[in-house]
Write a protein that binds this ligand. Structure first.
Ligand code: BGC
Length: 398
């Protein structure tokens, strides 16, 4: 078992077992190629799309990196491996751009040891208890990769697949469409799942993520994106002074393996109350049992929703740089994860090492383990139905 000196996974994971799964994947890389030449495509009003070679996998598959620039200070780099947002530059209050997303500068590290930095997560974002669920009377078994549970789609989830990319241009928007067809039975999930994720960078410094999927058999789906944000800049230290507000009066408490108990509980009177903007670090060492289980925040918030469309889920601000992140989604839940398992073993894009609390994730989603909780909104997708969801991460500064 590859575990660190304190018996934890050396990759900052909660369990050594997950570390083994991720390290196993390292063997598929033989070559990591330096970035090739940038080939800017025609833009619209200063918006541009460029493409360069990011690396090559062991089987010879080339991994491309697309750079979307909006001409208004925002630039996002996306690689075809995992549909990963490698870097995300947005302006601070002085108009100075800075990268606010954690990541690596090379493909080998993404393959060997990424804790899902910037990746598309599927087929099922978050955990499924004991890697088992029953649908229409049939029981399915998924690979477990997080203690007893299946996390983020299993050992080889969508974050480890190579997606086919098609640049998009519409008005002043630039985008990248990513397609992946997951075969029937992949990672234990039924049905061939045709999946499309489109990232769109708008002139207003928003990244819109549109998820789309269809299936050939009844299945469960819960797609999300796992960008680790640090609004003060990647590698700049912890995010404890950054303020967060989440539009959620309830959350789903978890057991010791981070599986929801099934209860929908009030946040009021607990360190999970973010109904008013609060510094992330203000209560992070609270002895509340849920905080101890998560080693900080690692919880699904039940969003206060009014309808079915895009609604504001959360807002984060950084007092130093003035950067503001607003998250809009049509999803019922939001996983707020405060980077608890980052432990100083990973070196990021700027050459700095990442420690606990150096970033936060706001993963829009259905509730964890929904297939095993009849009282949670359903994640079942049937043939003939279309899975369509949208999340927007909007950036500004003042
Ligand atoms: C989970 C954490 C996990 C992290 C990275 C988050 O979505 O909730 O428990 O450590 O992803 O793997």
């Amino acid at each position: 078992m590859l575990t660190g000196s304190r018996g934890r996974g050396i990759l900052g994971g909660r369990y050594g077992r997950r570390a083994v799964g991720l390290l196993g994947a390292a063997s598929v890389v033989v070559a990591m190629t330096a970035a090739g030449s940038m080939t800017p495509a025609a833009g619209a009003g200063g918006a541009q799309i460029g493409k360069d070679l990011f690396g090559t996998l062991a089987d010879g598959t080339k991994v491309w990196r697309y750079t979307l620039t909006n001409g208004h200070g925002a630039r996002v780099k996306i690689i075809t491996y995992g549909g990963i947002i490698q870097t995300l530059e947005v302006p601070d209050k002085h108009g100075r751009p800075g990268n606010i997303a954690l990541g690596f500068d090379n493909l080998a590290d993404y393959v060997a040891k990424s804790p899902y930095f910037g990746a598309i997560i599927g087929r099922y974002g978050n955990r499924i208890a004991k890697g088992t669920f029953t649908l229409d009377g049939k029981t399915y078994h998924l690979p477990t990769n997080d203690g007893p549970n299946s996390l983020h789609g299993g050992t080889q989830g969508f974050d480890k697949r190579v997606w086919s990319a098609t640049p998009q241009k519409s008005g002043k928007n630039v985008g990248l469409r990513l397609d992946y067809t997951s075969p029937d039975g992949e990672m234990g999930y039924p049905g061939t799942l045709k999946t499309t994720v489109t990232y769109t960078l708008t002139p207003g410094n928003s990244i819109r993520m549109d998820y789309h999927a269809t299936t050939t058999k009844a299945t469960v789906v819960n797609l999300t994106n796992h960008t680790y944000f640090n609004l003060a800049g990647e590698g700049s230290g912890d995010i404890y002074d950054q303020r967060l507000q989440i539009n959620a009066r309830n959350y789903t408490p978890v057991d010791s393996t981070l599986i929801p108990t099934g209860q929908i509980a009030r946040v009021s009177g607990t360190p999970l109350d973010f109904t008013r903007a609060t510094p992330i670090g203000a209560r992070i060492r609270d002895g509340h049992p849920q905080m101890v289980i998560g080693r900080g925040y690692d919880h699904n918030f039940v969003l206060d929703r009014h309808g079915h469309g895009l609604e504001t889920a959360a807002r984060a601000t950084d007092p130093r740089t003035g950067r503001i992140l607003t998250v809009l989604t049509d999803q019922p839940g939001l996983q707020f994860y405060s980077g608890n398992f980052l432990d100083g073993t990973l070196v990021g894009t700027s050459g700095r090492m990442y420690r606990q609390g150096d970033a936060f994730c706001l993963e829009t989603q259905h509730y964890p383990d929904s297939p095993n909780h009849a009282n949670f909104p359903s994640t079942v997708l049937r043939p003939g139905q279309v899975y369509n969801t949208t999340t927007v991460y909007g950036f500004s500064a003042h």
